[in-house]
Design a protein. Structure first.
Length: 220
C-alpha cells in the first residue's frame, strides 16, 4: 500500500534556543582555534623579520604577515558576531524562563485565592463576635464569683495594718501560759518539755525520748 501512495516524511523537531546556543558556541570555539593558529603564524613572521635585512626577502615576509593579519581580523569579527548572537539568545532564553516562572507563580496564587474564598464562605463573623461577647460575659461573671467568695466576714474594714504591727510589737515576751489562760488542760505539744508530766512519764517508761524533749534543730 505504501508503494502506491507513499508515506509522509517525519518532520524534524524544531531547534530550541538551547540547541541554537550550543551550536553557536561550537562555532565560536572553532573560530577561536583558527585565530590562535594565525597568531602563531604572525609570531613566526615577526621573528623572521627581526633578523632579516631590508630588502625583497623581508618585504615578502611582511606581505605574508599582512595577509595573515587580515585573516585574523576577519575571524575576530566573525567571532564577535557569533558571541553577540549567543548573548542575544541567552537573554531571550532567560526572559522565556522568567515568564514561565511568572505564569507558574500566577497559577499558584490564583489557586490559593480560590481556596481562601471557599474557606471564608464557611466563616460566620456574626457567630464569632457573639462567641467573643459570651466569653467576655462569662469571664466577668467568674470574676464576680471569685470576689464574692473572697469576702471577709466579721472583720471591720477600717483596721490599719500599721496599728496591728504596733500592737504586736507591744506584746511582752514574759507572758506565761497561766496569763494566757492555758493550764493543765493545755496539750502536751504546747507545754514546756521540762515541766510536761507526759514527757517525764514517757522518759521513765520508754527508752524512746519524747519529741518535745529533743533539742530544736536550731540548737543542735
Amino acid at each position: 500500500m505504501n508503494r502506491f501512495f507513499g508515506t509522509s516524511k517525519p518532520v524534524a523537531p524544531k531547534a530550541t534556543l538551547t540547541d541554537a546556543i550550543t551550536a553557536t558556541d561550537t562555532r565560536v570555539d572553532s573560530v577561536e582555534v583558527k585565530i590562535k593558529k594565525l597568531d602563531a603564524e604572525l609570531i613566526k613572521y615577526k621573528d623572521q623579520m627581526k633578523v632579516m635585512r631590508d630588502g625583497p626577502g623581508k618585504n615578502a615576509v611582511k606581505q605574508k604577515a599582512m595577509r595573515v593579519l587580515k585573516q585574523k581580523k576577519l575571524y575576530e569579527g566573525q567571532r564577535d558576531t557569533l558571541m553577540q548572537q549567543t548573548f542575544n539568545m541567552e537573554q531571550a532564553a532567560m526572559a522565556t524562563e522568567n515568564l514561565k516562572n511568572t505564569m507558574v507563580t500566577l497559577d499558584a496564587m490564583q489557586s490559593a485565592n480560590k481556596a481562601l474564598r471557599q474557606q471564608y464562605k464557611a466563616v460566620n463573623l456574626d457567630k464569632i463576635e457573639k462567641m467573643q461577647d459570651d466569653l467576655e460575659d462569662l469571664l466577668e461573671q467568674a470574676n464576680e464569683v471569685q470576689e464574692t467568695l473572697g469576702r471577709s466576714y466579721g472583720l471591720p474594714d477600717d483596721i490599719d495594718e500599721a496599728d496591728l504591727e504596733a500592737e504586736l510589737d507591744a506584746l511582752g515576751d514574759d507572758m506565761t501560759m497561766d496569763e494566757l489562760g492555758l493550764g493543765e488542760d493545755t496539750p502536751a505539744y504546747l507545754q514546756d518539755p521540762a515541766t510536761c508530766p507526759s514527757c517525764r512519764r514517757r522518759a521513765l517508761s520508754s527508752p524512746v525520748p519524747c519529741l518535745l524533749s529533743l533539742p530544736s534543730p536550731k540548737h543542735r
